[in-house]
Design a protein. Structure first.
Lengths: 232, 471
């Protein structure tokens, strides 16, 4: 499989505090296309920081991040924004949908940023909402959807731009068991059938159990990197 | 897309947006209505000045203007009137004899400007006859010898009533003092108490006889144009035809007293001759040889070299009004500008709250690929739209108020007397033209843009990774 992400000697030190904090302390990792990877570890171990660095939301103090073989660490802010728009899908813990737009408009929004034609946008939005089981809720605003439904819209939105991979920061943290199971099943199917690459940070054992690869961080260091059993 | 989101964002907090919209609307209503009130007042004053006092345009002997000398007359008045009446822009023309006189009723003499008018022609040029109440006589409708129509203030000062006798002392064309008894035939009361105190009308023929003028002589030809906007072009046409400019010894002597720049004086001396220029060619000559910075000098030279007829528009005859009408736009700009400035700070505050409340969402938008210029535009558009909604509501309210009171009028009651003493009516009809409403809309848009600058900058200064984590 192709290498989508390559991380070499990555460091992230926060110097704003009285004592500098090493959030990422010399990480080397590779992610291949079609992975379903969970990054786990205790709170403050650097999971979110690592996802932010991979997603170009933050800049490393040292080291290299290659996306499709291109070093993004020297990218300007606007280049990073473009990188995120065209290559990376995001799913956040708190769903973060645009409250004034309907489910369909939320999914379409990212394609509007990409200036895709209206017809293509509408077709893909309907296709994705159908894939996450929300075909009957397309014209509903986020406020009228349950947490699980909102997170499914967020997944559809993350997929809308046809990204190379999806970064999901604690996607099930706010969901009940049933919604978590549904979401996981949807993501698994997308991974299996459409070869979408998912990288999660999570505390949730249910997510870890479903992951094909589990990376454990502690104090900004990779302490284990194991291929897990996929339990369908 | 951004426009759509910006518009929907406004209505996320209906109460907050409504408060801002209401504040803008009420602020604009106050600003626009007070401007309309002032402008209406000024327009009425201009209208009154034209229709009662000075008319659109006045023609005089060019030398008369220097010190209102009785002998400086227009010698061919009737021919001139019939010629000017043919101009398509002219509504009416009337000749007048104007003399300064002393009037006496046994209660002390008062200096008054006596105007000898042809009643039927004067009624077409001036509305003064409409200001005579039924119980106060008429504008020369009654028969009888030497009728005079005076202002109410003058009547009060002279302690005279309808049909009272008053004596007028004037100087004849030959420079001899003469006097005559006139009987009050009408008393007018305008909104300008100074005019009412200083002006009296008598019949042209009566004054002509008294002052010993030839049949065709007059001091003044008053012209009313069909539209106030036509005044300047008519003035140009008349001056081209009837005004001549000669740079002779007399003119040079007069210009030497004007403290002109040396290069202008040498230029004038260099072209000294008995050649007569018309208005257009003389202005062209001055424009060519006198720098633009010396516009005031050009006007003074024009005045000094003028011969034949002088045509003066209401603007020159009432320079105070010309000045105030020039500032009407500025007044609107200042009134509405001050209000919008204050409102602008309120809008900045609201939008800063909006950015603060939506930090997480803005972070998310930037994270998923919305670039800074789009985020900036979104906040900017939201602010401008919010301001514009308030602006449109405010202008609609203003339009309704201005139209309603523009028809009905506002009686300023106790202030009325004070206003009358400076020539303004106490019943004010607010007025505002369409262009002014458009100007206010543009001002509102600019207020929105300026008010959005800081909040939009705050929005794009957010770090997406930190903003997303905001609770």
């Amino acid at each position: 499989m192709d290498k989508v992400i390559e991380i070499k000697e990555l460091y992230k030190v926060y110097t704003e505090t009285a004592i500098p904090v090493k959030a990422i302390n010399g990480i080397n990792l590779e992610f291949k296309s079609g992975e379903f990877t969970a990054i786990v570890g205790p709170s403050g171990c650097g999971k979110t920081t690592l996802l932010n660095l991979i997603g170009g939301l933050d800049k490393p103090s040292e080291g290299i991040i290659l996306i499709d073989g291109v070093d993004i660490t020297d990218f300007s802010m606007s280049k990073l924004t473009d990188l995120r728009l065209w290559n990376i899908g995001f799913v956040f813990q708190a769903y973060n949908l645009i409250p004034v737009l309907t489910a369909k408009e939320n999914v379409e929004f990212i394609m509007q940023l990409q200036k895709k034609p209206k017809k293509e946008r509408e077709e893909r939005a309907l296709e994705l909402l159908n894939a996450v089981g929300l075909a009957d809720r397309i014209d509903v605003r986020p406020g009228k959807l349950s947490g699980g439904q909102q997170q499914r819209v967020a997944v559809a939105r993350a997929l809308a731009s046809k990204p190379k991979f999806i970064l999901a920061d604690e996607p099930t943290a706010n969901l009940d068991s049933k919604s978590t199971a549904t979401l996981l099943q949807i993501m698994q199917e997308l991974n299996e059938k459409e070869n979408i690459t998912f990288i999660f940070s999570t505390h949730d054992k249910r997510v870890v159990d479903k992951a094909k690869r589990v990376i454990t961080l502690d104090d900004g260091v990779v302490v284990s990197d194991e291929l897990g059993e996929l339990k369908v | 897309m951004i426009l759509n989101i910006a518009w929907k964002n406004i209505w996320r907090s209906k109460l907050r947006s409504s408060v801002v919209i209401f504040a803008i609307a009420i602020g604009l209503l106050a600003g626009v209505f007070s401007s309309a009130l002032m402008i209406g007042m000024l327009m009425q004053r201009v209208d009154t000045a034209i229709s009662n006092e000075v008319s659109s345009l006045q023609l005089h002997n060019a030398d008369f203007m220097e010190n209102n000398e009785v002998t400086k007359t227009i010698s061919n008045s009737n021919a001139l009137i019939s010629e000017i009446s043919k101009d398509p822009d002219v509504r009416a023309v009337s000749k007048r004899i104007t003399v300064e006189s002393m009037v006496n009723s046994g209660h002390g003499p008062l200096g008054v400007m006596i105007k000898g008018v042809v009643p039927e022609n004067e009624k077409r040029v001036s509305k003064i006859y409409k200001y005579i109440a039924d119980s106060s006589g008429s504008f020369f409708n009654s028969k009888g010898r030497n009728p005079i129509v005076i202002g109410s203030k003058l009547a009060e000062k002279l302690k005279v009533h309808l049909r009272s006798k008053i004596q007028i002392d004037i100087v004849t064309k030959q420079g001899l003092p003469t006097s005559a008894i006139f009987r009050v035939a009408g008393i007018f009361k305008t909104d300008n108490s100074m005019f009412d105190e200083m002006t009296a009308f008598v019949k042209f023929d009566d004054l002509q006889e008294l002052i010993e003028f030839d049949e065709d002589e007059s001091h003044e030809i008053a012209i009313l144009t069909k539209n106030i906007m036509l005044t300047d072009s008519l003035q140009q046409r008349i001056m081209n035809k009837y005004t001549n400019y000669i740079i002779n010894d007399g003119a040079i002597l007069r210009t030497e007293n004007l403290s002109l720049k040396p290069y202008i004086l040498s230029f004038l001396k260099s072209i000294k001759s008995s050649k007569s220029y018309n208005y257009k060619s003389f202005v062209g000559l001055l424009d060519k040889n006198i720098k633009e910075d010396d516009e005031d000098s050009k006007q003074e030279i024009l005045k000094s070299c003028e011969t034949g007829l002088n045509a003066m528009s209401w603007k020159k005859l009432t320079p105070d009004l010309e000045l105030t009408t020039q500032y009407m736009d500025l007044m609107l700009f200042i009134y509405v500008g001050i209000i919008l400035l204050a409102l602008g700070f309120g809008i900045v505050n609201t939008m800063l709250m909006v950015v603060l409340e939506r930090t997480k969402e803005l972070g998310m938008l930037m994270a998923i690929g919305m670039n800074r210029s789009r985020v900036y535009s979104m906040v900017m558009l939201e602010t401008v739209l919010l301001s514009l909604v308030g602006g449109i509501v405010g202008l609609l309210l203003s339009y309704i108020a201005v139209t309603y009171f523009g028809n009905k009028g506002i009686n300023l009651g106790d202030f009325g007397e004070g206003l009358n003493s400076i020539g303004y009516s106490s019943l004010v009809f607010p007025a505002l033209d369409f262009a002014s409403y458009v100007k206010v809309v543009i001002m509102v848009i600019f207020t929105g843009i300026f008010a959005a600058l800081y909040p939009a900058w705050k929005a794009i200064s957010l770090n997406p990774s930190e903003a997303i984590r905001t609770e």
